[in-house]
Design a protein around this ligand. Structure first.
Ligand code: NAD
Ligand code: DAU
Length: 330
């Protein structure tokens, strides 16, 4: 099986490639990644020399490279994206380029080369915010940030390539992931690493926004499951039913790291901040997938990983991220 993964040097993509190479020794994985600020070769150092793995530095918007790499592949999985909501508020264009145009470029090449499966890694954020109940795959898309609107664009173009041209697309929409190798701009790794550095954690607004947390390994297993058992043309929500307010998450981290509430700093709210995400993933569960990890244990393991891998995040935080952090919070 010849597999093309895009964005495989990022958080979920790198965990996914490690998972696939470990589970299917007969699969060859090519990783196409532009190495943006979020792409980090350190994330796959341990498998760099695996004979079934190869890396190509390149942009998913570059039709020439994409065409060359898609040719001869069986499956394309598109993880590559600009992913941070706050950055999309600063610079929407970059998100539209990669998340919409880049997805389209991959779909065109997949159409031309008759790819057997195209997995578009979308997000639950495309549904927007919900006060009560949970979104199903049938719910309307009402994205509220330039990030989620760009992801919705990529998601819908992928859908159209299935309906119009018969490209064998499957779309996944997962909830908030957490775990090892997540860039320390997102809530969990930012807060864990700040607390390890003895800094405060910036909670937006009243801290009562709700997110539905999913351990990254559960997401990788779900995408693997969908890639093998999912039906072409379908959309699958991936969630583990772990809804928590941001302040609940913050307090769990404070207690795990032996800190008190004086480490919390309430800061200005994110513009257009979605109040609550909640997805119903019974469609995928009926097919046979279940999350394997308990939230509390996965959170402890995640904190432990950041404690034990300080070189990994300290290098990031002392570089480009420092400027970003200064601009946003201090
Ligand atoms: P990430 O920001 O950690 O990594 C993104 C990767 O894509 C990086 O390696 C980056 O270098 C690469 N990339 C960016 N632009 C590129 C381009 N133009 N060409 C090639 N490579 C490019 O992201 P993540 O958190 O791992 O998310 C992966 C995917 O999963 C994204 O599509 C995201 O929308 C989706 N998703 C993420 C979450 C989450 O909680 N993190 C939840 C649901 C869906
Ligand atoms: O739901 C899936 C999405 O989850 C993915 O598609 C996105 O790529 C991913 O970034 C994530 O989006 P969120 O906006 O939910 O994640 P983030 O970690 O940025 O924020 C989580 C919550 O925490 C949100 O309510 C905002 C809040 N927050 C975030 C940061 C970075 C804070 O209060 N303080 C912060 O410093």
């Amino acid at each position: 099986m010849q597999v093309l993964v895009t964005g495989g040097l990022g958080f979920i993509g790198s965990n996914f490639i490690r998972h696939i190479l470990g589970k299917y020794p007969q699969y060859n994985v090519t990783n196409l990644d532009k190495i943006t600020y979020a792409g980090n070769p350190e994330n796959l150092r341990d498998i760099e020399k695996n004979k079934n793995y190869s890396f190509v530095k390149g942009d998913i918007c570059d039709a020439k490279i994409v065409d060359k790499l898609v040719e001869g592949k069986d499956i394309v999985l598109n993880f590559a994206a600009e992913t941070h909501v706050d950055r999309s508020i600063d610079d929407p264009k970059r998100f539209i380029r990669t998340d919409v145009d880049g997805t389209h470029t991959l779909l065109e090449a997949s159409r031309k080369h008759n790819i057997k499966k195209f997995i578009q890694v979308s997000t639950d954020e495309v549904y927007g915010s919900i006060e009560k109940g949970s979104f199903t795959e049938e719910s309307a898309l009402q994205p509220n940030s330039p990030y989620s609107a760009s992801k919705a664009g990529g998601d819908l173009i992928a859908r159209s390539y299935n309906k119009t041209f018969g490209v064998p697309v499957i779309i996944t929409r997962s909830s908030n992931n957490f775990g090892q190798y997540q860039y320390p701009e997102k809530l969990l790794p930012l807060f864990i690493t700040n607390l390890l550095e003895g800094k405060k954690v910036p909670v937006y607004g009243d801290g009562l926004n709700v997110r539905d947390w999913l351990y990254v390994i559960d997401n990788c297993e779900a995408i693997d499951f969908i890639m093998h058992k999912g039906a072409i043309g379908e959309i699958y929500n991936i969630g583990a039913d772990n809804e928590k307010t941001n302040i609940e998450i913050t307090k769990l981290l404070l207690s795990e790291l032996g800190k008190d509430e004086s480490s919390i700093e309430y800061v200005k709210d994110r513009p257009g901040h979605d109040r609550r995400y909640s997805i119903n993933s019974s469609k995928l569960r009926k097919l046979g997938w279940r999350p394997r990890f308990k939230f509390e244990q996965a959170l402890k393991d995640t904190v432990k990983w950041y404690k034990n891998n300080q070189n990994w995040w300290k290098k990031i935080k002392s570089g480009e991220y420092k400027e970003y952090y200064r601009k946003h919070y201090y």
